[in-house]
Structures are given as C-alpha cells and as structure tokens.
Design a protein around this ligand. Structure first.
Ligand code: S3P
Ligand code: PEP
Length: 438
C-alpha cells in the first residue's frame, strides 16, 4: 500500500517576481470532517466543493467500506452522502498516509456490529495511534492487546457505551477530534478529558467543535482540556467547503520571497483553519498582507526578516515556514512543534537534512528548529512522501538554481493539481512581466 516515487521534478525558477491569482482547492480538514459527520448523520447530506485528493478519496472509500453510500457529481462539485442503518463490518480500510483517515474512521468503525481491519502505507505504521486505540477500548470497543500502531483490527458494537474517557493528546489533536466527531453517537455520549502536555493544533479542535454545533450537537468545551458531547442525533446538512488555507501557503510565500504579489480568492473572513495564521506569519517575515472581497493578497518586499515563531497551533505550516526562514536576513527559530516528528514523516529531521544539503545550517531543538540562512545551492530535495516537504522544496526552487524534487507526486495527498497550479502561477508572472516591459 505504499506509493512509488516518480521521476525527479526540476523545480522551476521564478523568471520574474511572482504575480498571480491562485485558486486553491477545498480544505482537507474540513472535507474529511464533513464526510465523517455526514456518515454519522440522521439523513442524507450534501458536500459541495469538497477536496478531491488522495486523503479525501481514501476517506470516501473507507466510508463506503462501512456501508455509506456516496454519489459524486463532478459537474455540480457535489457529493451526496447517505448513511447506512448500521455500519458494515468485515472490510479493510486503507488509511494511506492520512492522519484524518487513520484517526477519524476507527471511532466510526467502533459502531459497526463486528470486526473492521485497518491498514496503511508502511510509512504510516510509525504514526502515533496508541492513544486512540486505548480510548476506543475504554469506550467499549474490542481492540487486541497488542494493537498500538497500524495495521490493526477492532471490533465494534452499534450500542458502544462511550462515557468518561481520559487521554493524553499531546502527540496529536486528531485524537481529540476523532473521538468528538463520533461522540454524540455513543450511548452515553462522551466526556473527554486531556491529561498531559499542551494539545497541539487548537484551531483544528475548534473546527471540530464548530462543525458539530452546526449539526445540532451539544458540545461543552467551557473547561480547559475537557469536552463534553451529549448523546443524540447529528443533523444532516448541505455544506460548502472552504479553500485549504494551509495549501495556500507555498503560493502566498512565493510572493513573499520573490517580491511579487499573489492573491488567493475566497479567503474566508472567519475560519477555524490554522492556515489563516499565514496572514500574521507572512507579515512577520516582512510581507504586506491584506484581505478584501477579492481574497487574500500578499506582496513581497526586498528583504525577508528572521522570525521567532511558536507554531504549536499551526504546525502543519512548518515546512513552508522553514523554507522561507532559510532565505531570511538572520537566524530564525520555530518553536513548540515537537509532535511533527509524528507527521507524514519526521518533519524536523527532514527539514534539517534537506535544508542543510542545500547549504543552510539548521539544528533541531527539543521542540523545533533553529535556521541559520547561508548561500543556498541546488541539489536533490527529498520529499519523504510528504506533500508539505514538496511544497517547501518547490518554493526554494523559485529562487535557488537547480533544485530537483524526488517525488512531486506526493503532493496528490491533498492537492493533485499542485505542479500544474505552480507552473501556471509562474507562467502568469512571465506574461505580466512582458506586458509591463512592453
Ligand atoms: O484535524 C486535522 O484536520 C488536522 C490536525 C493537525 O494534526 P496534529 O494535531 O497531529 O498536528 C494537522 O497538523 C493536520 O494536518 C490536520
Ligand atoms: C499533518 C498533516 O496531515 P495528516 O492529516 O495526515 O495528519 C498535514 O497535512 O500537514
């Protein structure tokens, strides 16, 4: 179940400051939550402009394996989701490398009358799962004693008790989201407590709570590190998915590092996506950032400033942020992201290795990176099957000669059209430059 890297991809240089408008596809996090909630809902739901990428395809396949009917209309950009009476046991779910599939689907499978198997890309076998599997045992599912990572099997029951559960979610907020998403369907609901170091990615938990409330579920999150979900129905809804703001990062950063201008249309005024923090982060690097009815626009300046950033809430931005920092006017620090050692790859190790190989001097700290910029040169940029490592390599390739990526296809995890969008962004900058010169 592991994808094979394709031939290397020469990252295109920016022939001029990047000037483009780039429409990014739907949010992975919102799409996969909407799919899970539709599968658990009290009737048929519609999801519009959902992300069509590997992670969300795996989610749709997983739900189909559990008996959910999903009808896709590409022309209308709409998926209709019809939940089954009872979830189907007996199947095998492929999680790929998708955190949202490996964490959000098991609590749904725990409501099936029988056993469900979970497998994944081999690279996913090292992603943390133990916290969730223990929690599901505590909720009343049968999970073999030796199961602590992928692959595993669990046996559920439609009347899964749920109740008071304590977890340590410091290695991933997805454990909290996973349990909350299904909690209303547990017989006793869910009283989830976190006991441990801080939970990362709070905006993703806020997104989960907001999406539950939009569907009529009562969630009390008034106490720190505790979430109480009342048992009851999850209303079927018709929703439109926001653009993926984290996937906008490399495009907006392209403006910041080339002194250009990039606009991403449909940037929501209010959102729970952590990618919204790009507004503040890119401003800290020295870019001018503004949102209006046309979208979010970033205008680069002549100099990238060094930064000292706590990325705990938006840790999925780390690879692109680290790449920008490697071009800054001094030493930068990225803090509070120790848990990204358990993301698609060990992102701290990967960033240290790849940025060092281009000539930067990067050191890992306990919880982040220290990045000393140096004159960068070309070379082979390893992506480690990680879409965001690929975004970081492509970004540096705009301003550093001869960078090649070993696996551009891994961007298909959340944005199959990445290479095409990247090239059109560059092409539109050339056209713009020619019309300015004429
Ligand atoms: O719930 C979600 O949709 C996500 C939560 C975060 O996970 P972690 O808390 O493990 O960082 C984030 O990094 C991931 O890309 C998506
Ligand atoms: C951590 C990420 O993904 P996943 O949903 O697989 O955890 C990510 O997209 O940066």
């Amino acid at each position: 179940m592991t994808s094979t890297p394709t031939e290397t991809w020469p990252a295109p240089l920016a022939p001029a400051p990047i000037r483009a408008t780039v429409t990014v596809p739907g949010s992975k996090s919102e799409t996969n939550r909407a799919l899970i909630l539709a599968a658990l809902a009290d009737g048929p739901s519609t999801i519009r402009y959902g992300l069509d990428a590997r992670d969300t395809r795996l989610m749709r396949e997983a739900l189909r394996t559990l008996g959910v009917k999903i009808t896709e209309s590409a022309a209308e950009h709409a998926w209709r989701i019809e939940p089954p009476e009872t979830f189907t046991a007996g199947g095998t779910i492929d999680c790929g490398l998708a955190g949202t599939v490996m964490r959000f689907v098991p609590p749904v499978a725990a409501l099936a009358a029988g056993e469900v198997a979970f497998d994944a890309d081999e690279q996913a076998y090292r992603r943390p799962m133990d916290v969730l599997l223990n929690a599901l045992r505590d909720c009343g599912a049968t999970v073999p004693d030796d199961a602590s990572t992928l692959p595993f099997r669990l046996a559920g029951r439609p009347d899964l008790p749920g109740g008071v559960i304590t977890i340590d979610a410091s290695t991933s907020s997805q454990f909290v989201s996973a349990l909350l998403l299904a909690g209303a369907r547990f017989a006793q609901g869910l009283d989830l407590r976190h006991d441990g170091k801080d939970v990362p990615s709070q905006p993703h938990i806020d997104m989960t709570v907001a999406m539950l409330r939009e569907r009529g579920v009562a969630v009390d999150d008034s106490e720190p590190a505790r979430w109480v979900v009342s048992p009851g129905p999850i209303a079927a809804v018709d929703v439109v998915i926001e653009p993926d703001l984290s996937n906008a990062a490399p495009f907006l950063a392209a403006a910041a590092i080339t002194g250009g201008t990039v606009t991403v249309p449909n940037w929501p005024e209010h959102t729970h996506q952590p990618g919204d923090q790009l507004r503040e982060i890119l401003a800290r690097f020295g870019a001018a950032v503004g949102r209006n009815d046309s979208g979010l626009t970033v205008i680069g300046t002549d100099q990238i400033h060094a930064v000292d950033l706590d990325l705990r809430e938006a840790s999925e931005l780390t690879p692109v942020i680290a790449a920008i920092a490697a071009l800054a006017d001094g030493t930068s620090h990225i803090r509070n992201v120790a848990h990204i050692r358990g993301h698609e790859t060990d992102r701290l190790a990967a960033l240290e290795a790849e940025l060092d190989a281009l000539g930067a001097h990067v050191t890992q700290t306990d919880d982040g990176l220290t990045i000393h910029p140096r004159l960068l040169g070309g070379g082979l940029w390893h992506c480690y099957a990680d879409h965001r490592m690929a975004h970081a390599g492509a970004l540096l390739g705009l301003v550093v000669n001869d960078i090649e990526l070993d696996d551009i296809a891994c961007t298909g995890k959340t944005m199959p059209e990445f290479a095409e969008l990247w090239q059109s962004m560059i092409n539109s900058s050339v056209v713009d430059q020619e019309s300015t010169d004429a």
